[in-house]
Design a binder for this molecule. Structure first.
Ligand SMILES: Cc1ncc(COP(=O)(O)O)c(C=O)c1O
Length: 419
């Protein structure tokens, strides 16, 4: 019998988990972390940060193309709204319980209607999140039981796997590669029946790939026949070049009243609000309700004033300032693609997002990303993320972020070519 495409990669977090569980006896008493925590793979950026700090301590002028955190400020109209809202005593109290302020949820529902043509009920289908990461990490607590299978793309944003592993799930990786546009294939041959939850993320971090409506239709079709909940992460929906990313809820076989699915949105990237911590989930009422129940037990919601300012941001998603942000990333995308290609990397031009996923140059075979990234840091003082940090399947790739000032990005490209 042929092996399922889903079989090969039982997640790294799960493997670490087994190791840590069996290592409990021998762990020194000074390590006070739970075996659950010790089981997690090291946070990807910790190791890169450590190396970067070493270079900075040595006096180097390091250009960081590693972390995706916008260099641009939050638009002034959002800050002004925040200023006003935080002066109101009612906004200084515990945030509204029950999934977020009405004004925020209505703005999110209105955004879904105007941007994607999707009609949802602001109360039953929308939940305010303290950043989309909050919802992504907590979703498995809401809809899975320990031991359930959770399917995650490989490579992917690590929180899908970590959230599932922390909730005691069995993580199974779906290998994706360039030959399928960095998408899992849902063609009926898969032997992952019984999976409780499946993650997709387009525009993707780290692969920069996009998906169309037909892709979501095939995911939902596959999941429906197996009773699997679909979770889609649309954090980069507004940072597109020409083609606007679509919502899972635009799929012809998606119906928010009946389809067991949920989509995560973030204000972080669209409005340069990473530090504010605000996003939302939009999905089936039972999933939204379950996630709300988890959250009401572990946090007390997002600062009301941030929700009020976030509501205004969502209502002005088509403000010229967002178009200027897109234009800025377009310019940087062109610059970085040309620069990386000149350095010998193979790059597909992304449609959206603010990452470039570049195959390392050839040198008697494609270079390993760990070695290449280490060389770029040591010889060019440029930080990139080695794809191997995401998974073995990312071994030949580096992820380059477009969130540094354009002049610095240009300088980094020169240094990469000259090292
Ligand atoms: C794919 C993806 N999803 C979600 C997030 C989390 O974003 P936030 O919690 O700021 O909304 C990130 C952040 O880098 C991301 O890359």
């Amino acid at each position: 019998m042929s092996r399922s495409r889903f079989e090969p990669g039982v997640g790294a977090a799960a493997r670490h988990m087994n190791r840590a569980m069996t290592a409990t006896e021998t762990t020194p008493r000074t390590d006070l972390r739970s075996s659950r925590l010790r089981a997690l793979p090291p946070f990807l950026f910790d190791e890169i940060d450590r190396k970067k700090r070493e270079r900075l301590a040595a006096g180097a002028d390091v250009i960081n193309l590693g972390v995706g955190d916008p260099d641009q400020p939050t638009p002034a109209f959002i800050i002004e709204e925040m200023n006003r809202a935080m002066r109101e005593p009612v906004n200084q109290q515990y945030p509204a319980v029950g999934g977020g302020l009405r004004v925020f949820r209505e703005a999110a529902a209105e955004f879904m209607r105007r941007r994607f043509g999707v009609v949802v009920d602001p109360v039953r289908h929308v939940l305010c999140l303290t950043g989309s990461k909050d919802g992504i990490a907590h979703l498995p607590w809401a809809v899975t039981n320990p031991g359930d299978t959770v399917l995650v793309p490989d490579p992917a944003y690590p929180v899908y796997e970590i959230g599932a592993a922390l909730a005691g799930c069995r993580v199974v990786r779906m290998p994706v590669g360039r030959e399928t546009g960095w998408k899992p294939r849902f063609d009926g041959e898969l032997a992952a029946d019984g999976a409780r939850l499946l993650w997709v993320n387009y525009p993707s971090n780290p692969t920069a790939a996009s998906a169309d409506r037909a892709f979501y239709e095939s995911v939902l079709g596959w999941a429906a026949s197996r009773g699997t909940i679909v979770a889609s992460d649309l954090a980069y929906s507004e940072l597109y070049d020409a083609d606007k990313p679509v919502s899972l809820w635009e799929a012809r076989n998606a119906d928010v009243e009946r389809t067991p699915a949920v989509e995560f949105h973030s204000l972080s990237k669209t409005f340069n609000m990473t530090g504010w911590r605000i996003g939302f989930a939009v999905g089936h009422a039972r999933i939204i309700g379950a996630l709300q129940e988890v959250k009401s037990n572990v946090d007390s919601g997002t600062f009301n004033a941030i929700q009020v300012a976030g509501a205004l941001a969502l209502r002005r998603f088509d403000d010229p300032i967002v178009e200027r942000t897109r234009a800025l990333y377009r310019e940087r995308r062109t610059l970085a693609v040309a620069g990386l290609r000149a350095a010998g990397c193979q790059v597909d031009v992304p449609d959206a997002g603010f990452f470039i996923w570049a195959r390392c140059p050839e040198s008697g075979g494609v270079r390993d990303s760990m070695g290449y990234a280490a060389d770029l840091l040591e010889r060019a003082d440029v930080v990139v993320v080695p794809g191997a940090g995401f998974s073995e399947r990312g071994r030949e790739y580096i992820r380059v972020s477009l969130t540094s000032p354009t002049g610095r990005l240009a300088e980094a490209m020169e240094r990469i070519q000259n090292q």
